[in-house]
Structures are given as C-alpha cells and as structure tokens.
Ligand binder design. Structure first.
Ligand SMILES: C[S@@+](CC[C@H](N)C(=O)[O-])C[C@H]1O[C@@H](n2cnc3c(N)ncnc32)[C@H](O)[C@@H]1O
Length: 192
C-alpha cells in the first residue's frame, strides 16, 4: 500500500494521533535536518515517524556510525518503517515513554530530537512530559526540532519550553508547514 493510502486509512481510525492528510513532503523532511552538524552528531531520535518521510532523509544524510532511534505509535506505520528501513532501530510505542526507550538501549545523551508528533493535540501534561524528557537527554548544544503544518502559530507554545526558538517556513508541503528549532531548555521550575 502506498504511503498516502496508509496515512489516510490510519487517519480515519486514529485522527487525533495521525493529525495529517499526507506524509511530509521531501522539502519539509529535508528542512527538519537542515544545518545538522553530522561531524559532531552521535545519536538522533525521531518521534512520531509515521510512514517515514523524515526517516528516509535521515538515513540518506547520517554518516555510518550515527545511531538513529525512530519511534512511532501505530503498529501499521511501524511495520512499514521496518520494511523500508531494515537497518534502523524502530521503536514501537508511546513517545511519552521516551526516557525508558532510551534507558533500555543504554542511551544517556542524544544530539537531536526530531519530532513529528502532533504535540498541540496532546494534553498539556503529556506535552510537558514528552518535551521535558526530550530536553533532559539533549547533549550540550543539542536541539529539539518540531514539525508543524500551522506556520508560526505555536512559537509562543515552544517558548514555554525553550529560550531560543526559531521557525523556518516550508511552503512546499500539503498544507504548508515548517520547522521549529528549539534550544536552551527552560526547566519547569523556571517557567512562568
Ligand atoms: C503529523 S504525523 C507525522 C508523520 C511523519 N513524521 C511525517 O512527517 O509525515 C504524526 C505521527 O505521530 C504519531 N504519533 C501520535 N502520537 C504519538 C505518540 N504518543 N507516540 C508516538 N507516535 C505518535 C502518529 O501515529 C503519526 O504517525
């Protein structure tokens, strides 16, 4: 089954989780990786990989030896990811278990967390939980990057979690979207 059909079929049964009508375009997927310093990157985690458009770019761009951990919640998407990317560690399950997923694999630090999760559909508590877990495992200088199909709308939301948030618009996607790049975590105690 093609990726578009797979997304549409799962959208019908899991609209809140899938939260998109099509896989991200190549332009948006590439934008998620733009500027990654691969020479200094040892580990990248992708959350909410769907049918794998960002994973495909990751696999192309990451030099051999870079550890890629790819998470997805829906079994059918995980199955498709395993077929397409046999050499990648596909971790089926809820991204809310991120800290455990990494601990089970002996990973204590990651350089980038690339999130395709529909975080704005999460409850505030779950959103705090996922972002804070991601931020805590980031290596110094590491980045949390969030995909969006609602350009600029959520900059304020991500500023709750990170002092430094920039946004890159990507028109070539259905619908147009972009990437938030977030650095310098604000701990829950320091939030207003
Ligand atoms: C907006 S789609 C993005 C898919 C893909 N990254 C892309 O760019 O086309 C959101 C993805 O996050 C997954 N997802 C939603 N909630 C999740 C959760 N709690 N844990 C892991 N994955 C989740 C959905 O199943 C879906 O595949």
């Amino acid at each position: 089954m093609g990726d578009l059909r797979l997304v549409l079929r799962n959208l019908i049964s899991n609209a809140k989780a899938v939260a998109t009508v099509a896989p991200s375009s190549r332009a948006l997927s590439r934008a998620m990786l733009r500027g990654i310093d691969w020479a200094k990157t040892k580990c990248v985690v992708e959350l909410g990989a769907g049918t794998g458009p960002i994973t495909a770019q990751l696999v192309k761009a990451a030099p051999p030896g870079t550890r890629l951990i790819v998470n997805e919640f829906l079994p059918e998407f995980c199955q498709a990811l395993r077929v397409k990317f046999p050499s990648v560690e596909i971790v089926e399950g809820d991204a809310c278990r991120l800290a455990e997923m990494l601990a089970e694999r002996g990973i204590t630090q990651v350089d980038y967390v690339l999130s395709g999760l529909p975080l704005t559909h999460f409850s505030p508590a779950d959103r705090d939980f996922v972002i804070d877990q991601a931020a805590k495992v980031l290596a110094p200088g590491g980045e949390f990057r969030q995909l969006t199909t609602a350009p600029w709308l959520y900059k304020k939301l991500y500023r709750r979690y990170f002092r430094d948030v920039s946004f890159k618009l990507v028109l070539w996607n259905l619908p147009s979207g972009g990437v938030y790049t977030c650095r310098d975590w604000v701990s829950p105690e320091a939030r207003s």
